[in-house]
Write a protein that binds this ligand. Structure first.
Ligand SMILES: C[S@@+](CC[C@H](N)C(=O)[O-])C[C@H]1O[C@@H](n2cnc3c(N)ncnc32)[C@H](O)[C@@H]1O
Length: 221
């Protein structure tokens, strides 16, 4: 996308009433602990999509599960713009987007406020020196535990064999329970209503002939 178009989306997304940006919190109170009371105005479980990009999972899950609240989190405004616009245009009121670094999640959510986490096609950060940037690294799992309810599951969808194997190692190392492990989504579960929602990056990976993997595990042992 051209720089001018990106800047336009960054400016526009800041005006959307279903997007909260980290700058908004300089003066406004942070929503930690009050997403349901002040923002969704109900008591439904809160599900996060981390590194949501254009928010395809956030929006599709929200349409499938009106009994839950969904928040897509990403730092890139021009990408969030897409999902936020779709949610506004379709009056999907159980969706919000939070533009911040996932590293700062505990600033924006309270202990036990989050009931489930989705992570779809995160950058695998293959270089060993970048391993702490992987969103299923022990560093990030520790951040998620600060805001996760006891039964919170993390759902990872990826094209990367390395990230899939790495995540299984982390799960084993931390003695966590696996809820589901699918090494090839489209041959093992081609009809699965949840697993076949496709994101922008997933479509690119499928076009390139890559196999899509899914891992679901409990954050707490
Ligand atoms: C490869 S894209 C995947 C986007 C989307 N889930 C999809 O499948 O199309 C990875 C996304 O992760 C976001 N991201 C990576 N690390 C992040 C972090 N620490 N905090 C916030 N966003 C992050 C990037 O901004 C980018 O939008």
């Amino acid at each position: 996308m051209a720089k001018k178009a990106k800047l336009k989306r960054i400016a526009e997304v800041a005006t959307f009433d279903n997007v909260l940006e980290h700058q908004d919190f300089d003066e406004a109170p942070k929503p930690a602990g009050s997403w349901n009371r002040d923002i969704f105005k109900n008591d439904k479980p809160i599900v996060l999509e981390l590194a949501c990009g254009k928010g395809e999972y956030t929006v599709a899950l929200a349409q499938k599960y009106p009994d839950k609240n969904f928040i897509g989190v990403d730092i890139k405004g021009p990408r969030i713009w897409k999902g936020a616009k779709k949610a506004r245009e379709n009056s999907i009121d159980n969706v919000r987007f939070l533009r911040c670094y996932i590293d700062h999640l505990a600033t924006f959510f309270e202990e036990k406020e989050v009931s489930e986490i989705w992570i779809t096609f995160p950058d695998p950060f293959l270089k060993i020196r970048d391993r702490k940037k992987r969103l299923t690294s022990p560093k990030f799992l520790k951040i998620y535990r600060q805001v996760a309810a006891n039964e919170c599951k993390v759902n990872l969808k990826t094209d990367s064999d390395s990230l899939y194997r790495y995540t299984k190692k982390v799960i084993a190392m931390e003695e966590l329970e696996i809820a589901d492990d699918v090494s090839d989504v489209y041959s093992e579960k081609p009809e699965d209503d949840l697993l076949t929602i496709q994101t922008f990056f997933e479509k690119k990976h499928l076009e390139a002939g890559r196999t899509i993997k899914f891992l679901s595990f409990y954050l707490n042992d």
